[in-house]
Design a protein around this ligand. Structure first.
Ligand code: PRP
Ligand code: ZN
Ligand code: MG
Length: 217
């Protein structure tokens, strides 16, 4: 990657946050280079490069300083337990991490989770949640298409993100207990030096982002 002195901002390559993340940057009057599947793309009128990554990788990359900034869901941030500074909630990408169960099943209270197998790609968040509620359930760790687990017989329930609810409906599941409410946040590497050139670029970008968010409210 070029060491051009530009600040680096990691955003999701393709997924629920991608479009809104790009739109926020465009609203900040950032002129984004044409990118066809490129990992790094420069902003023409600002000392900023965009890194297009899998959302799950963003917290660690920001923690390690590969990018100074990132836009990511609180869900992924908490799951990775990365050591970064949360600068700002961005007001988009709202969703909730929920226990979901087969349509014809019934979950009267949280105790009914005892002894169940729950498939998820958020094992850390789910483990903490079960522990807090003193539930003894088996976590089945799956990296994608979690919603297929009950019909494949590898889990009784799932714990996954619900936004519109379409994915659940398509898989004959219904949402139940909420584990975590989430939205997109701007995160920052903790070692970005206060008086560095990059910090000045960060402050300038942040003030533009704040103007856009205030105008939207
Ligand atoms: C989440 C979740 C579901 C979908 C739910 O995936 O895993 O697949 O969103 O959204 P819906 O309620 O609107 O149907 P996400 O977009 O986070 O993608 P990823 O699993 O690839 O990270
Ligand atoms: Zn993801
Ligand atoms: Mg998904």
């Amino acid at each position: 990657m070029s060491n051009n002195g530009n600040l680096k901002l990691a955003i999701q390559k393709s997924g629920r946050l991608s479009e809104n993340s790009l739109q926020l940057l465009k609203n900040c009057n950032l002129d984004i280079e044409k990118f066809n599947d490129r990992l790094v793309v420069s902003i023409r009128n600002f000392k900023l490069d965009l890194l297009f990554l899998r959302d799950d990788d963003i917290p660690e990359y920001v923690q390690d300083g590969v990018a100074e900034l990132g836009i990511v869901g609180q869900d992924v941030l908490y799951e990775t337990k990365a050591d970064v500074k949360v600068v700002k909630k961005l007001g988009f990408g709202r969703c909730s991490l929920r226990i979901a169960i087969p349509e014809n099943d019934d979950l009267r209270d949280i105790e009914d989770l005892n002894g169940k197998r729950i498939a998820t790609s958020f094992p850390n968040i789910l483990r903490d949640f079960l522990k807090q509620n003193k539930i003894d359930a088996k976590i089945v760790n799956i990296s994608g298409s979690v919603e297929a687990a009950p019909s494949l017989g590898i889990a009784d329930y799932i714990c996954d993100l619900v936004s519109t609810g379409n994915t659940l409906k398509l898989n004959k599941l219904k949402s139940s207990i909420s584990v975590l409410e989430s939205e997109a946040v701007l995160i920052k590497n903790k070692n970005l030096k206060n008086h560095s050139d990059k910090y000045q670029i960060f402050l300038k970008l942040l003030s533009r982002i704040e103007s856009v968010l205030n105008a939207n409210n």
